[in-house]
Design a protein around this ligand. Structure first.
Ligand SMILES: [Zn+2]
Length: 261
């Protein structure tokens, strides 16, 4: 990006206080991928930045780029496009939204190659606000963003010998190996888990679909539960970290299960 002023739409991924009155914003933009910029005086003067610095706000932002790679931009103005008020009123939906934001931030680095992620994040935030179940939305988002990054595990056959894994209801999944393992290749795989082929196929399909097609998938709770375990293990293996919001969602789900039984 050349030195100059730029205007783009963005989702706020994070906001950190900086100095006495500034805020450093991490933004997933439509045109420049992920960027970081300092919003001068954002804590003192809420007038210019009102409502626009809290994740997962969708904003229109004007920033100045001084030139050079990876340098902090200067956020000069921002206007709210969507504050996702509906999501904030529902703790489960809001947690799913925060998780998608947290995952986007963790998996991305700054730069143009992250441009398609903006469309993915905004379309699934939209689906989440329009009634898509929080669990399903989170799994769809994980599968889609991993695919987008070229990290999606190989789930249509054995990741080692490439043989189709079919004709059996169960298969072995290994995060370390990056996919399914057939009966011959699976012995000795530490940390591998048994999964149903149906779940593997479901995730493999979901990773390739646009939001309007994802809406038509109606995974049941058992399938979603298994997909949850697989992707949690895989993402933990890749990022080396736990996600606060994901853990929070899991604890809410178990609390609900206890209340029901
Ligand atoms: Zn094999």
């Amino acid at each position: 990006v050349r030195k100059g002023h730029y205007k783009t739409d963005a989702v706020v991924l994070g906001a950190t206080n900086y100095g006495e009155s500034d805020v450093i914003l991490t933004l997933l933009t439509a045109e420049f991928g992920k960027i970081k910029g300092v919003a001068k005086g954002a804590r003192r003067s809420r007038r210019r930045f009102v409502g626009t610095i809290d994740p997962p706000a969708r904003i229109s932002v004007l920033f100045h780029h001084h030139g050079g790679h990876g340098e902090l931009k200067r956020v000069e103005d921002s206007k709210l496009i969507d504050g996702y008020a509906g999501l904030k009123a529902d703790i489960e939906r809001f947690s799913a939204a925060c998780y998608m934001v947290e995952l986007s931030d963790a998996l991305s680095s700054e730069g143009d190659e992250w441009r398609p992620a903006y469309g993915l994040l905004t379309s699934l935030l939209f689906e989440l606000s329009s009634g898509m179940a929080p669990d399903a939305t989170s799994r769809f988002f994980e599968a889609r963003i991993l695919k987008l990054m070229g990290l999606m595990p190989h789930l249509t056959g054995c990741v080692i010998c490439r043989k189709r894994v079919a004709g059996e209801p169960k298969a072995v999944f290994s995060s370390a190996r990056g996919g399914l393992l057939c009966r011959e290749c699976s012995p000795g795989s530490v940390g591998a888990m048994e999964v149903s082929l149906g779940t593997a196929m479901f995730l493999s399909t979901a990773s390739t679909l646009d939001a309007d097609k994802l809406r038509r998938l109606k995974p049941n709770q058992q399938l979603l539960g298994e997909a949850d375990l697989m992707l949690e293990d895989f993402i933990r293996f890749h990022t080396g970290r736990e996600f606060k919001t994901r853990r929070f969602m899991d604890s809410m789900r178990s609390a609900k299960a206890v209340a029901v039984s």
